[in-house]
Write a new protein. Structure first.
Length: 269
């Protein structure tokens, strides 16, 4: 199974998400090396389609997700798309779309493993957090530094999911202080299952996948989906906060500054 996306008009390399099923293991690869595997809209849609297909495939027992190039898992989302946003309602639609893209991954009825080289930032952190297990290099860093870069915000569902996996104090450091948290700290906290050298990540991921495949699949499905439903239950309506943030001058200035390669100036308006 291979899903290829439309060509990125700004780069010669095709930005794509690949999926190959081998001996019960679905190897999902984020391939946008020139942008440190930043997710385009088409890549998000491709990931959703892949997960929906895997959920119906009885031959798929485990999924391993990794970024191409050994330099990044996923470094975030394509920033250029924000240039067309007109008001806060565009932000609400965007955050709803991200929830829609990632729900099939979070609700995939088979165990999932995120293999993280160097960084999982923004959308990359969200994708890694949708997986059941995470392994990384010791040098990897994790965060959502939008208070430093764009001045946007996350959906209530995204925030709740991060809090469930990382804890409120670490999420506050990520969102309010724009900190990138190191792999050793997240290993101690339990977010990471283990850390390995880059050359050992693939072998260790396969070993973990084989361990998972020896266990009862229906029990695994019931357990992980029960946990996912509990975490998603009774989310509050935060559209007013999203609308204010994406409709602000700060957000539009932040996007322009990012694309122009200059530091943003925040005004609180």
């Amino acid at each position: 199974m291979l899903i290829t996306l439309a060509r990125d008009m700004n780069l010669e390399r095709v930005a794509q998400v690949r999926c190959e099923l081998r001996e019960g293991i679905a190897f999902i690869t984020f391939d946008h090396i020139a942008a440190r595997n930043a997710m385009t809209v088409d890549m998000y849609q491709s990931l959703k389609t892949i997960c929906e297909d895997l959920a119906k495939n009885p031959n798929a027992r485990v999924a391993i997700l990794r970024g191409a190039g050994d330099k990044s898992f996923v470094s975030g989302s394509d920033i250029a798309q924000f240039s067309s946003f007109q008001d806060g309602n565009d932000g609400i639609r965007y955050e709803q779309s991200i929830d829609d893209y990632l729900t099939p991954l979070a609700m995939l009825p088979i165990p999932t493993i995120a293999v993280i080289d160097e960084m999982a930032i923004g959308g990359g952190l969200a994708i890694a957090s949708c997986c059941d297990f995470r392994i990384s290099t010791p040098e990897a860093r994790f965060g959502v530094p939008i208070a430093k870069t764009l001045g946007n915000c996350l959906s209530a569902g995204n925030v709740a999911w991060l809090v469930a996996h990382l804890g409120v104090n670490i999420v506050k450091r990520m969102l309010l202080l724009a900190e990138l948290i190191s792999a050793p700290e997240l290993l101690k906290q339990g977010y990471l299952l283990a850390t390995y050298l880059t050359q050992d990540l693939e072998h260790e991921a396969k070993q973990l996948a084989e361990r998972l495949m020896k266990l009862a699949p229906i029990t695994q499905k019931s357990s992980k989906l029960s946990l996912a439903r509990i975490m998603r239950n009774q989310l509050p309506d935060c559209d007013d906060l999203i609308r204010e943030c994406y409709g602000s001058r700060d957000f539009h200035n932040g996007v322009s500054a990012f694309l122009e390669g200059r530091p943003p100036v925040w005004t609180g308006a």
